[in-house]
Design a protein around this ligand. Sequence first.
Ligand code: WTA
Length: 649
Amino acid sequence: MGADAIEGLLDESRTFPPPPEFQANALVTGAEIYDDANADFEGFWAREAAQLDWSREWDTILDWQPPHAKWFVGGQLNVAHNCLDRHVEAGHGEQVAYHWEGEPGDTRTITYQQLLDDVQRTANALKELGVGKGDRVAIYLPMIPELPTIMLACARIGAIHSVVFAGFSSAALRDRINDSSCKLLVTADGSWRRGNVFPLKDNADEALAETDSIEHVLVVRRTENDVAMTEGRDVWWHELVPGQSTECPPEPMDAEDLLYLLYTSGTTGKPKGIMHTTGGYLTQVAFTHRYVFDLEPDTDVYWCAADIGWVTGHSYIVYGPLANRATSVMYEGTPNHPAEDRFWEIVEKYGVTQLYTAPTAIRSFMKWGDEHPARHDLSSLRLLGTVGEPINPEAWMWYREQIGGGRCPIVDTWWQTETGAIMIAPLPGATTTKPGSATFPLPGISATIYDDRGNEVGVPGGGYLVLDRPWPSMLRGIWGDEQRFADTYWSRFGGGIYFAGDGAKRDTDGYFWLLGRVDDVMNVSGHRISTTEVESALVSHPSVAEAAVVGRADAQTGQAIAAFVTPRGNVEGDEALAKELREHVAKMISPIAKPASLLFTADLPKTRSGKIMRRLLKDIAEDKELGDTTTLADAGVVDTIKGRYLDQP
Ligand code: WTA
């Protein structure tokens, strides 16, 4: 976000107290819960943990030896039991867990009883394939019901799932499988992409050519395209799972046993396998899902429109909602297929009460026009949420008026793959909101702002967002890389202070305003992509000598990727090569990582010691006054690039 936008944000003076009609039935309407949690945050989280079913009670709430936290030490529970059996045993087996809507318009309604049966069958199938406690299972599936089913089946037997977003390339899948030596891969024949079939299984096969840990591939039939099945390795889901027994007792897991790995981009080329455990994670996703969305399990129809391939889907499509016995909508496709009112059609059809989506989607809806939501009855909605990037006040206001009819509170939720659950957000019945601010840390959470030297910045003031107290769903590490875990999050300020990598400000009322990443991580349409990752992909192409990548502000996608590429000696940087390079990045990482602009340049701006000055490239890409150029080895380079950049069509 540019400096102007930041200043604009801080001028925001509109305030919206909780609507009285909403407040009348809200779970929380006052500030006592914050005071309670502050008086004794460990006791607070222990009370929340006690809402779950534990097969063995914990001995110690928190063992904190920075940067290592253990929550609910000695306690045992099973996540699948808490998400399913518990509700069925309490007589809610007939309640709908998911109203699933396929991209082509096919639907499935899945009750808690059905999901429990499916999960037990699938868990037995996993055992038959030789998967047991502690084994890693890679999951590369579209948004179909088998996705939450297999995740819960893993949780039931204590296997660790590693979901890879189905939009990722085979190279990305291969690297993730190899990093944690997954034993099983679960995928589908294909996935629907705006009416076309994307050959997921072919992609998976490409990845498998360069992995040696996978013993079996479990394949769901979804799009019915032809696929090659490797004898002895590949098994169809519909041939293995339905015949299994619906009896599979949940494995008692230690609170600190791993539940899953989820890879996310960092500042180097290699994605990090973020580790999440069992007891603390489930406690905090359940708490935040219930209170931030004001969930009323008997009457609400909740819809988180993210993809389960990202952390938002893990915590707020699967684990949080199921732990809270929510009835959810799950949607397979894109917002504009077959038409630009698909979301509003779904809201109307199912009577959605809470909608949780990303600012980038909201900005697309704005662009497509008010007539699309206006055609539908959206009066069932009572709360709206956003996540993934800072939301600009105009988009916030549009969401409030055009989607929420001016009556729905908006919860802007700040968190990360690493935090596991929402950290900064309003409580909708209690917090007065301001468009563009995520407001305050939730009860039980402590966040503050530091300057460069690690001094706390007062109110008002800005700097680096830090979390200065452990929280139950915090990451426990990076798979196989303890040093990177310590370096990335805990060494910046030391002393058990978590460095989030985001800039933030507090206004005179103490409201938090998130300002975007302060490191080399870009945020494109709410997706985290590292500049180094894209640079590595570019230089892996034989025609490229060197590449620098920056995220520039973009009104639609938040940030857009701008690449500056120096071709090899005798190679001409022409349009055909630019196109080829963009495809190459899509193949190496994912189509979401394709540069929006790509400029060939004979030189890149470097310091005398040879470091590329991306900061200056960013100034060029954002058409801003160039920052300090005194450390450049050759000051002429930036002027040349700047002239050529501005000349681009
Ligand atoms: C950004 C997504 C501003 C932030 C849950 C963070 C946000 C990164 C917000 C994490 C928000 C997420 N306001 N920025 N409400 N939510 N971010 O790991 O830069 O995919 O560090 O987790 O997204 O992205 P991740």
